[in-house]
Ligand binder design. Structure first.
Ligand SMILES: Cc1cc2nc3c(=O)[nH]c(=O)nc-3n(C[C@H](O)[C@H](O)[C@H](O)COP(=O)(O)OP(=O)(O)OC[C@H]3O[C@@H](n4cnc5c(N)ncnc54)[C@H](O)[C@@H]3O)c2cc1C
Ligand code: SF4
Ligand code: SF4
Length: 495
């Protein structure tokens, strides 16, 4: 016997919860399936929530936040120099807040439950079948049936792949990212970043200390910790055999960055993929039949890699589409119309143009990186003449950046909680590894899941961080990766 709902939503992240909330308020019976033990424990983000978008979806609510943002800064870094451009607003209303997903998602889930939505945690969606005018949804804890299925299951979307809306996203449309949470006292954060009590700063880092690496990163302030992270396109990392920890380590060693993040206690390290610029410009497809995609599962964030605006706007659009269906036959077009109405198609198209112009070709991207590096150098040299008061140079030689005397990559496993699971990652043909020269898995898996032994490659899948990066870096397509069973695997306490 299967339990019957109007709509089954896969994923209790912001996209799934927004979709469920708006559908329930329109009178639909809704079930949400979440593979985590509770919403938020599998999810990662840098931590900036732009309130304008949040209020479009939840006008009367105030989210649990860390700090209201009073300052935004852009750091242009090159070699050992940095130029900063900052905006500080000391008015009472802030347009953004910083937050942790491990707090935000469960809070939003409680609000959604109050609208009558059932959330099944510890439940992994595995596939679906359409018959007799219904969708039979398969999970590792039994089946459900529904009239509509919404895939809000993030960047490695099983719903997108099983429905054929899109396959695995291409590696040039994905960023692999890594983030650290570093605990510092409130007073130290306010002193170090020159902040009013309780207020925060978001810092975008542009460029990289190493001329040959693509640049980018962030530092965001929380109540009593800071979030520091970086990342690069998956295709770049694979082509140049660079791991996310190489990026993190060199960025952390930049003298200006290291003095902002040093001295605290490292409490969490997480890795995740971010989709960027995928949907086609003229004919994007986000639905097929009675199956819809929302949030990261659609295949793109905004131009600055913010995914929450996409999650909120697509959640609103899908609820309007399902409400109107019955009056119109073509769900795909109707969904596009509502995505256009909420402004999301425009955001995607701008992102796509940016992607096509600068990010599609590695040559152009390299030139752009070098141009930025040179521009940073010029700015930094002008800074020496004292034209810009905010331009600073730091020449002090520094030690290798470390926590507890160890490199960050060696601390990952110790800083994570997990519920033990194994058997969800396998090698298709272990013998193929014998002829593999590069052995990307050894260098590039952030969880050190793959190890070399006398008998070949050993898979320690209980160490997996569930980022999905290994679907891309094995040149022989030899790794069969899937999520662990519902409720098992990594638990992010901050996210
Ligand atoms: C390092 C980093 C920094 C970022 N910084 C920002 C930022 O500052 N601001 C911003 O707006 N965005 C940021 N983003 C992007 C943002 O985190 C995502 O775009 C956002 O989380 C997307 O929300 P979602 O609900 O679509 O997907 P997710 O948050 O990924 O949620 C998907 C949910 O589906 C569940 N799920 C997946 N598969 C299954 C399955 N088969 N069965 C059951 N459940 C399943 C997952 O457990 C998860 O809870 C950042 C991302 C990263 C990685
Ligand atoms: S990269 Fe793939 S083929 Fe090569 S050693 Fe690792 S798992 Fe084997
Ligand atoms: S095994 Fe794959 S999904 Fe797990 S941490 Fe390594 S790269 Fe990420």
């Amino acid at each position: 016997m299967t339990v019957d709902y109007d709509v089954v939503v896969v994923g209790a992240g912001p996209a799934g919860l927004t979709s469920a909330y708006h559908l329930a308020r329109k009178g639909f019976s809704v079930a949400v399936l979440e593979r985590g033990g509770k919403p938020g424990e599998k999810n990662v983000m840098g931590g900036v929530l732009y309130l304008e978008y949040f209020r479009r979806a939840f006008p009367d609510l105030t989210p649990p936040y860390e700090r209201e943002v009073e300052a935004e800064s852009h750091f242009f870094i090159s070699g050992r120099s940095v130029s900063t451009v900052s905006l500080r607003k000391y008015d009472s209303k802030s347009s953004a807040v910083t937050l942790f997903r491990a707090k935000f998602d469960p809070w939003l889930a409680e609000i959604v439950k109050r609208e009558g939505v059932t959330i099944f945690t510890d439940t992994l969606f595995t596939g679906f079948e359409e018959r007799e005018g219904k969708i039979f949804v398969r999970t590792d804890r039994g089946d459900l049936s529904a009239r509509y299925l919404v895939g809000a299951d993030g960047v490695n979307s099983t719903v997108a792949e099983k429905s054929g809306i899109h396959g695995k996203l291409p590696p040039e449309n994905l960023f692999a990212s890594v983030k650290m949470v570093i605990r510092l006292s409130q007073e130290e954060i306010e002193r170090r970043f020159n902040l009013s009590p309780g207020r925060g700063i978001i810092i975008d880092i542009i460029g990289h200390p190493d001329f040959n690496l693509p640049g980018g990163g962030f530092i965001y302030t929380n109540r009593d910790s800071i979030s520091f992270g970086t990342g690069a396109k998956v295709s770049f990392l694979i082509r140049h055999r660079v791991s996310v920890f190489d990026l993190l380590q060199t960025l952390a060693e930049h003298p200006f960055i290291s003095r902002l993040i040093e001295g605290g206690e490292l409490v969490e390290i997480s890795t995740h993929l971010i989709p960027f610029g995928y949907p086609s410009f003229f004919s994007p497809v986000f639905a097929r039949g009675r199956v819809f995609l929302t949030g990261d599962a659609m295949g793109s964030t905004t131009g600055d890699l913010s995914g929450l605006p996409v999650a909120f706007l697509s959640g609103i659009a899908v609820s309007k589409t399902i409400e109107e269906l019955g009056h119109s036959g073509d769900s795909s077009r109707l969904y596009l119309r509502h995505l256009a109405e909420v402004g999301l198609l425009k955001i995607f198209r701008t992102t796509r143009v940016y992607h096509l112009l600068f990010r599609r070709s590695e040559k152009v991207e390299k030139y752009l990186s070098k141009l930025l590096f040179s521009a940073s150098l010029c700015l930094n040299s002008i800074g020496e003449t004292g034209i810009f008061s905010e331009i600073k140079e730091v020449f002090k030689e520094r030690e290798k950046f470390s926590f507890e005397g160890r490199e960050v990559r060696d601390l990952v496993q110790e800083k994570l909680d997990r519920r033990f699971a194994e058997g969800f990652i396998t090698l298709d043909e272990p013998d193929r590894c014998l002829k593999c020269e590069n052995k990307n898995c050894l260098k590039m898996c952030p969880g050190k899941v793959y190890e070399e032994s006398d008998s070949g490659i050993v898979v320690r899948d209980y160490r997996c961080l569930e980022c999905g990066f290994c679907r891309y870096f094995c040149e022989y397509d030899n790794i069969k990766w899937s999520y662990p069973p519902g409720g098992k695997g990594v638990i992010y306490k901050y996210g």
